[in-house]
Design a protein around this ligand. Sequence first.
Ligand code: PEP
Ligand code: MN
Length: 349
Amino acid sequence: MIIPKAGKLTPKQLAEVERIAGEFDCSILEIVGRNRCIYAILGDEGRELMFNRLRGLDYLARVDLIESPYKSMDRKSALAEHQVKVGDTSVGEGGPFFIGGHCTVDPAEPNLYLETAAALKEVGVHALRGGVWKPRTNPYSYQGVSKALEIVLEAKARTGLPVDVEVMDTEQLEIAVDAGVDILQIGTRNALNYSLLKEVGKKTAGSSTAVLLKRGRHMAPPNEFIAAAEYIVAAGNPNVMLCPRGTMPALDGYRNQPDESITPLLKNKTWAPIVVDPSHSVGRDEYVPACCMAAVAYGADGLCIEAHIDPAKGIGDDPKQAVTPAAFAEIMAACRDIWPRRYQPDSLG
Ligand code: PEP
Ligand code: MN
C-alpha cells in the first residue's frame, strides 16, 4: 500500500512506481478516495528489495506491507481514513445514516412510491431505496422492470435525495450507473458473485457512486464478507458499505437468522461503514424497530429499512415487512437516542 506525500502521484511519479513494481512482477492499482489517492501493490508484495526501492522515493509518505487477506478493507489500511459519502452525508458521522423505501417499486402505482419518498424526506431519511429489478426465489413472481427505474429517478428529482437500487447483472449495472443511481445495492444472492463484484468496482472506479454490499445468506465468517467487498475496492471503488441482513438457516419465527450482532466483529476488522438491513433479517414490520435499535447499539453506522406509505398496497416484501413513515420517524428517534452509547472499537493506538 503506497501513500504519496501529495494527494495524488503525478503521471511521471506513477510511471516510476509502476516500473519498479513491474520489475518484481507486481502492478499498481490507483484507488481514488474522496480526499486523496492511494496505490495498492497487486501481486506478491512481500519483497524486501521492492519495498526498499519504493521507500527510497522522496515523494512517497509511506509504503506499508499489509499482511491481510483484504488489504484495502483492513482497518490498518491507509483507506481507514477514507470517508464513504452519499450525497452530502458522511456515512456514520454524527448519527446513524438512514436509507428507506419500498422493497419493490410497483410500476403500475408510481404515486405510491412518490408519496412514500415525499413522506420519508419529511421525516429526514438520507437516501431512498427502491427495488427495480428483483431477485425472486420463484421464477413466476414479479421480477421487476427497467421502467420502475424512471419512478425512482422521479422521486430523486422531486426530493433531492440519493437513491439505492439493486443490480443483479452487468446490463442492469450499466443502466443504473448511466442513470445516476447513487448507491448500487448488491444483494445477498450475488454477494459471492466475484465477477459481478469486480465489474461493479471497475464500472464505478473513481466515481462518487457508493456500493451497499449485502451479506450472503450462507456466508459464515466475517472474513468472507470483508473479502467480497475487497473485490469492489481492489477494482477501484472504495465507497463500500457492508450490510448484514440475516443469514440462513432461519431462526424459527424470523425470516432469517438475525445477524446485527456481527457488527462489532466487522468494525474491529474493517474501516468500512456497517449499514444493517433489519427488514430482511427479521422479516416482519413489528420486529423491525427492535432490530434497528439493537443494530445501532452494536455499533452500526446506518440502517437500510423497507418502508411504504401504505404497506398493504405494496408488492414484493412490503405488505409483510415495510414500516410506515410514522414508524420510521420513531425508529430514527430511538436510534439517535442510543447512538452516543453504541459499541465502538478501541482505536488502534
Ligand atoms: C432487497 O433489498 O429487497 C433484497 C432483495 O435484499 P436481499 O438481497 O438482502 O434479499
Ligand atoms: Mn425486500
